[in-house]
Design a binder for this molecule. Sequence first.
Ligand code: 13P
Ligand code: SF4
Length: 301
Amino acid sequence: MNELQKKVIDLKNEKGALILAHYYQTIDIQEVADHVCDSFEMARRARDAQEGLLIICGVRFMAESAKILNPGKTVLLPSPDAGCPMADMVTPEAVLELRRRHPGAAVVCYVNSSASVKAVSDVCCTSSSAVKIVRSLPGKSVIFIPDKNLGSYVASLIPEKDVILYDGYCPAHNNITEADVTAARAAHPGARLLMHPECRPEALRHADYIGSTAGIIEDALATDAESFIIGTESGVTERLELLAPGKTFHPLVSAFICPDMKKTTLADVLESLERGRHEIYLSDEEISAAGACLERMVAIG
Ligand code: 13P
Ligand code: SF4
């Protein structure tokens, strides 16, 4: 641990705070976190937290979800402009228009979305829970927002459902082409290819395993393979290098980075603890409107 990390841990203990970090955060932040999580586990841990102060090292929708699920707590987002470009691709108006065009279809909303979009949806999901959640719905038709790639992956596994897609995507994952995948396969013959479902279908069809950030890590640790190609953000590759130093992890492309996830620095985390920055404020109306959709996700997923 370096000096800055020790300061963060001391202050965290003094304030009785809980630090939750996503796997895409830098390793110095992952090392001071109480829990390093995928987005489903982050939501669940935030909901169940007993601590009065939650520091969310990730992007805005994660901190908003924490506040919605546990509104009595103070929730801080150390880097206030860490957003998710995919979450910004859909508005409540667009969801309401889809509802008008497809009456009777349930709206499944990827957790990578704003509180106002969650408020007009029926149930949230994450990449680890999406299949289970869509399968659990009683009707045949489902509007899946905003990620067209995750939505088409889910649709491919549940052919009995009619999944209506929206044209949103994650810029980092959608950037991966089928040619990138074949080039990585050629460069690392025999390596096991693990991919995140936010990648395009034509790239995903080459994968040996498709799952959330936590699922990718579990697969890499559990299988006997010694060499892996990691088809998601670099934070996951770096964490695997820490957890399994005897195995080899190749990023699917060089610089597989989510710029927003990398906005948070360890110095921001310290400042957040020292000065209470940057608190998430949502109105009671916003919390109750978006809460049902998130609570359903945690209960089913
Ligand atoms: P996970 O739920 O797999 O951690 O994904 C979060 C995310 O933003 C992926 O880009
Ligand atoms: Fe959003 Fe993509 Fe970054 Fe995940 S990796 S937070 S989906 S922009």
